[in-house]
Unconditional design. Structure first.
Length: 147
């Protein structure tokens, strides 16, 4: 039996929410699962991910393979780094240091992404040059009316 860690869709129509679950790879997406490891809420800003570290580490250690999306979520949570370093035999202090670095990097990227999205939203849809030309045209029109 090939065991996968993957997403199970729950939630309403057009408002998805996912459970991170362990299941047999031959089961359908919303089929029966062996264990629920966490949840993923992609519609929140920033997206919220809650995963049980210890149980995920157990399933990875017994050979469960994560799907691509789950691997990305686990990497952002620092679990894949922790698993890789523990598999190599690195001491726990070094592992925690590396996981902290990964989490800080992910948080910095997310803050940068949110700030650039907010700044783009605040910008006027009309470029500055076009706005300046429009203002000059309005001034010229006002002067011609006053004459």
């Amino acid at each position: 039996m090939s065991v996968r860690i993957r997403l199970l869709r729950v939630g309403r129509k057009k408002i998805p929410c996912y459970r991170v679950v362990v299941m047999d790879s031959r089961k359908r997406r919303d089929g029966a699962y062996l264990e629920q490891l966490g949840v993923y809420h992609p519609n929140e800003t920033p997206a919220r991910v809650e995963i049980k570290d210890d149980r995920t580490m157990y399933w990875l250690s017994v050979g469960a393979s994560p799907s691509d999306t789950v691997r990305s979520l686990l990497s952002k949570a620092g679990i894949m780094t922790r698993f890789d370093l523990s598999k190599r035999g690195v001491d726990s202090a070094k592992i925690e240091e590396e996981v902290t670095k990964v989490k800080e990097t992910v948080k910095a990227r997310e803050n940068r992404r949110l700030s650039t999205a907010a700044s783009k939203k605040k910008q006027s849809p009309v470029p500055e040059k076009v706005a300046a030309e429009a203002e000059a045209d309005e001034t010229a029109a006002d002067e011609s009316k006053s004459e």
